[in-house]
Design a protein around this ligand. Sequence first.
Ligand SMILES: [Zn+2]
Length: 422
Amino acid sequence: MTNNNQNAGDQSLLRNLNLSAVLSELRNNKLISRAALAELTGLNKATITRLVRELIDYGFVKEVGLLSTLSTGRPSILLELNPQAGFIIAARLDIDYNAVILTDFSGNIIWRNELAHTPEDGQTLILDNLLSLILAAVDQVEDESRPILGLGLSVPGLVDIDNGTLLFAPNLGWRNFSFRDWLGTHFDLPIYINNEANLAALGESFLGAARDSNYVLYINITSGVGSGIVYNKEILSGVAGIAGEVGHMTIDPHGPQCNCGNLGCWEAFVSAPAVLRRMRNRLKDGESSLITEETLKHFSKHTISKLVEAAEQGDLLSREILKETGEYIGLGLANLINVLNPERVVLGGYLSPAYPLMLEEIKNSVQARALEWAWRGADIVIAHFGSDASLMGAFTTIHDHVLSYPIETLARLGEGEQVERR
Ligand SMILES: [Zn+2]
């Protein structure tokens, strides 16, 4: 590398750092003046003026109203990230459906659609469905002047985040599929892939039920049970990226068989299929309920909603099953709260519609078992985004990427044209 090239490289790095510092303060403070930006970033006022000018020119940032500062008598103009800077697509692959949202740059959902499938439909069809949903999202903004800034994807399994590869999805039976390569052949966009529990934890931390918390344990109860841990707004993913695989903690060595082969894993008691299985067993034993065995035959996230509806209508068996589930959830949660001592616990996933009916049981069960100092500090709340939390997390990863690599984003904004389909 020649000296000139090196200088150019250093300058570009510095420019990226400075722009990113400004954008990060704009995100943290929502509305902020140039003077406050200078103070918070430590950059001089002339530099701030120049950087802000550039961000405004590209439509990344906009001026909004005046803040009257009584002390000096001179009003200053406030700045904010422009919600119309561009669009973000967030997608979710799950075992029984795919969902895609299109948002503005602030995360407001402009369009959403989902398509159902079963794991037996096979990889080709499930991927075709996912692709058609993403293409439909792209079509929504075909005539807009602002670009799509990135595509985030949530998947139900272990992920190599750096390479964008799904390593293993136990409930789909998929192994080693490079989503970044596959999506990269269709879309010229920054692409991020992560595990659904991690993304849901991130989505709730940035935009949902844990916005004001710095240490969050998100419990994701779907067809399995996972968790995401977010500390200082960053996912704690562990050495191999699998931190938070809490579903296979043994809570009863003589309990029911789990998919992993062990007996009495937490997941074997509280996952959505496990809840429905307990219900089915009680019906087989001759107990009566508004829910029939037929309803329980085909598992999907909607089956839990039916159980909740029945409980709300006063169905005693449904109520009992949910109460029991709440106690089991609290049992596992007590262990996790003792180990991690989180500030906030967010409950999400397929069981989301059921939590309001179980929260009392969950809290009682935690308090009966966890150390007092641990449970007193842990606020247990229900996810704000329900089973869409991972989509909001997928949005957040792209939003983050855009703010961390502003030079790349400015180039994209400067093109002023839509995503090219490859
Ligand atoms: Zn297990």
